[in-house]
Design a binder for this molecule. Structure first.
Ligand code: AMP
Length: 424
């Protein structure tokens, strides 16, 4: 399938070509025709599936065809984090660069003054986080009465992050007649209720259940004592083929400590977490994206929505206590069909977390023992009986409680990257 076969207009096709997109992802194939028909959409998809383009492209096309650029906000895209808001804004800029549609982004944690000034020039599409949007509405800088298109992105994260009340306040201000696109990776009851109240006869599209994302990513676990994790990280990073790596810690303090340790070793590293200013986070993210920063250390909240093309490695310096978080973390690599490698450091206190993770993903993760810091009990935490690769279940429904070992174990003594990756 091509984008042209989805009946997209020339200005958008041209922009997608410049982005290097050749084939629509499954969510794009399913969602674009539905949205172009004017139907409401319930999308069950997580970041990394191409969902931003799945809603942005048809919205841009519908709005372009209306030919009323400029003065009234006709589309509102609500998203939980500033990073996601910025990314959606940038994507809309890229896909819509040959249209005359205007778009703006507003989010909290920074001065509202430039945002208010930008809004004065008029915008067709507004990308917003809920708190800042409500602030600017209350001050009279934003009016939602002309909204025709409403996108609620990552609805379940809105709930997790305590924004659901704000979302409901925004929803109450929208006109009754509109087209709504509702995205959520999971459907807890409160989110299902919200979707029911918002959507009119929606078409449901669903891709990549959370646990199957993990299957295309090579995963290894290193059993190590807590106090040896810094030395292990330094050891792993001796592999020059790991050029761009996102390291996850559970706490902000932990993130800062890892950065300090790496800097002592002359490894370029920076942390992004809630205590960093928005500017510092943006600087770190840009440096990471352009390759001047080798290691980005992040907490889970800060990493939400971080989108780095071609990220090859994720390291779980600490395992998350919520197994779904593991899948979200490693899903930062292996984007849009690319392959990726996820290395996890597991100390004795984290073994229970590993068990939960393996149960969720349906795999027993390979143990890498070829490092100088292997802890005494370095045997696999087996949640599943091993089955050969070709019998690996592709979908959770096929699982029957069996999983497999992931790729060949210890195929490489010191190199934690695949052979195809050459050092710069
Ligand atoms: P998203 O799920 O919206 O966060 O998108 C994940 C990543 O996939 C982003 O880096 C997009 O630029 C990229 N992407 C989206 N659609 C396509 C496509 N059809 N072909 C190639 N890359 C894509």
């Amino acid at each position: 399938m091509t984008f042209a076969s989805l009946n997209l207009i020339e200005p958008i096709l041209h922009a997608l070509q410049s982005e290097g997109y050749t084939t629509p992802t499954p969510i794009q194939q399913q969602a674009i025709p539905v949205v172009l028909e004017g139907r409401d959409l319930l999308g069950c998809a997580q970041t990394g599936t191409g969902k931003t383009a799945a809603f942005s492209i048809p919205l841009l096309q519908l709005m372009h065809e209306q030919q009323h650029p400029g003065k009234q906000i006709r589309a509102l895209i609500l998203t939980p984090t500033r990073e996601l808001a910025i990314q959606i804004h940038e994507s809309i800029g890229a896909y819509g660069k040959h249209t005359r549609l205007k778009h703006q982004v507003i989010f909290g944690g920074v001065s509202q003054v430039p945002q208010v000034q930008a809004l004065r020039n008029g915008t067709d599409i507004l990308v917003a986080t809920p708190g800042r949007l409500l602030d600017l509405i209350q001050q009279g800088f934003v009016n939602l009465q002309q909204i025709q298109f409403f996108v609620l992105d990552e609805a379940d994260r809105m709930l997790d992050m305590g924004f659901i009340h704000d979302v409901k306040k925004v929803v109450a201000l929208l006109p009754a007649k509109k087209q709504t696109l509702f995205f959520s990776a999971t459907m807890p009851p409160e989110i299902a209720g919200l979707a029911n109240s918002l959507l009119r006869n929606p078409v449901k599209v669903e891709v990549t259940p959370v646990s199957s994302t993990a299957e295309k990513i090579e995963q290894q676990v290193f059993f190590v004592e807590k106090q040896d994790k810094r030395a292990l990280l330094a050891h792993v990073l001796q592999d020059a083929a790991i050029r761009n790596v996102l390291v996850f810690t559970r706490t902000k303090h932990g993130a800062d400590k890892v950065v300090k340790d790496l800097q002592k070793l002359q490894i370029t590293a920076a942390a992004i977490h809630g205590n960093k200013s928005q500017n510092a986070r943006q600087r770190a993210l840009s440096a990471f994206k352009d390759g001047t920063l080798r290691v980005l250390v992040a907490t889970d909240i800060a990493a939400r929505g971080i989108d780095v093309d071609h990220l090859t490695h994720v390291i779980n310096y600490e395992l998350p206590n919520v197994p779904e978080t593991y899948v979200h973390r490693i899903g930062r690599t292996g984007r849009a069909g690319a392959s990726g490698i996820a290395l996890s450091f597991c100390d004795s206190e984290e073994r229970a977390y590993l068990k939960d993770i393996q149960r969720l993903i349906g795999l027993t993760i390979d143990v890498n023992r070829d490092h100088p810091y292997a802890s005494g009990a370095a045997s696999p935490v087996s949640t599943f009986k091993s089955v050969p690769n070709e019998q690996r279940p592709r979908h959770p429904q096929q699982r029957n409680g069996q999983g497999n070992r992931n790729h060949g174990n210890r195929q490489n003594q010191r190199q934690y990257s695949r052979g195809r990756q050459q050092p710069a």
